[in-house]
Design a binder for this molecule. Sequence first.
Ligand SMILES: *[C@@H]1O[C@H](CO)[C@@H](O)[C@H](O)[C@H]1NC(C)=O
Ligand SMILES: *[C@@H]1O[C@H](CO)[C@@H](O)[C@H](O)[C@H]1NC(C)=O
Ligand SMILES: *[C@@H]1O[C@H](CO)[C@@H](O)[C@H](O)[C@H]1NC(C)=O
Length: 455
Amino acid sequence: MAPPECSLLILTVVLSTALVVGSSVVSGSRALVTPTASSSAKSSQLMSVEHELDAARAAIRRAARRHGDLARRGKGNASTASDWFDPGVEDALLASVYRNPAAFHRSYTEMEKRFKVYVYEEGEPPIVHAGPCKNIYTIEGRFIEQLELTVPDAVIGGVRTSDPAKAHAFFLPFSVTKMVQFAYVPNTYDKTPLREIVADYVRVVASRHPFWNRSAGADHFMLSCHDWGPEASRGHPELYANGIRALCNANTSEGFRPGKDVSIPEINLYDGDTPAQLLAPAGPAASRPVLAFFAGRRHGPVRDLLLRHWKGRDPEVFPVLEHGHGDDDELDYYAFMRRSRFCLCPSGFEVASPRVVEAVLAECVPVVVADGYALPFADVLRWEAFSVAVPVAEIPRLREVLERIPAPEVERLRMGVRLVKRHFMLHQPPERMDMFHMILHSVWLRRLNLRIMDH
Ligand SMILES: *[C@@H]1O[C@H](CO)[C@@H](O)[C@H](O)[C@H]1NC(C)=O
Ligand SMILES: *[C@@H]1O[C@H](CO)[C@@H](O)[C@H](O)[C@H]1NC(C)=O
Ligand SMILES: *[C@@H]1O[C@H](CO)[C@@H](O)[C@H](O)[C@H]1NC(C)=O
């Protein structure tokens, strides 16, 4: 796998100027309401965009219904999606892992066929058009960069359009992590500069183009993995209320709305690449002597509770270690994951944990210990088929909960993990159904305003 191409984006440390210029009022924003010659052309383009969305909705509903009928009549064969998977994969497994394999298959292919995203050109690196490509917020930079590197109007893989009139969604390519790096004053906990940059950016694109005002932001999206992504999005009330916010910090008690916003996975790539150890083939549950594994720092109350209850109790079978990456005593973190049947993924200072993706790649069943966490890709994935959810209050009973899961069920969960692994992989360039495309697909579903129901 090639290293991320962050270096392609020239980092010129010039910030606010580019954001604040050019807020001259562009006339004609009400054109869709007051018909004139040029505006009727615009509204017919809008009609065709909406028409396409309607066609996609209808196709997905048909696929879902057909699938439901077959499932009800007990004619297994549950899925037209089978051809996406290795021939050995059982339909029953597909049907348990995906809410509705046929509807997902359809919505994904409709996305490939139709979905067009316009990326605003306003703004300059390092805060716009670039982002972190290493460490815990990797996905933020990788997504921004991969979309920026997508050639507009390509016949194949052409999700990006250079013609905003053809766009179903508009991307605001700013990086909250970079805002924190360049505009936040350390140790002040004052997030005003972040909110101001976001407000400026939206104001600029809303004044130069008619698209923001047309929908009050509802067909626009931003993406941030930083803990303060939600806070930064408060900078513009319409972005917060109407926009699609793709966030790692998907805490429902902090204003994350699962039907409108998008939960994205956190992935910690220390040097920008997925560790080779996580990509190597992993063994079945039977070859994993460790029941459950955790190593991490005492970040936040959930971790504190976990460590107070379980640290050092049974290092052989239930190792719970207070240990940070880069601590002096080397810990073979990934080797532990590959020898464990379950991997504990408690919330830290925020709900998301990079352990979820690490566990999936190591084929260790993730145990999500979090309250109010809206899990990534839950529109299409049934998390209960490849992970275990444990409420924070149950931490004292954690070991008992996991020990009670029968061995065949543990193996079934692990098979589920293997099946969804492809959705949690990052490739450069992106591949079909990988993390980049699953995030796009989540945005696509929000634009369709369609819920894929269980079959
Ligand atoms: C089941 O799948 C096979 C191959 O994908 C297909 O030929 C067959 O028609 C399907 N059966 C039903 C009932 O959909
Ligand atoms: C959109 O609305 C804002 C606030 O009302 C206004 O300042 C801006 O000029 C409008 N944009 C366009 C393109 O008219
Ligand atoms: C989620 O949000 C609530 C409300 O702000 C907060 O009390 C809680 O600590 C958050 N959870 C995490 C893990 O950050």
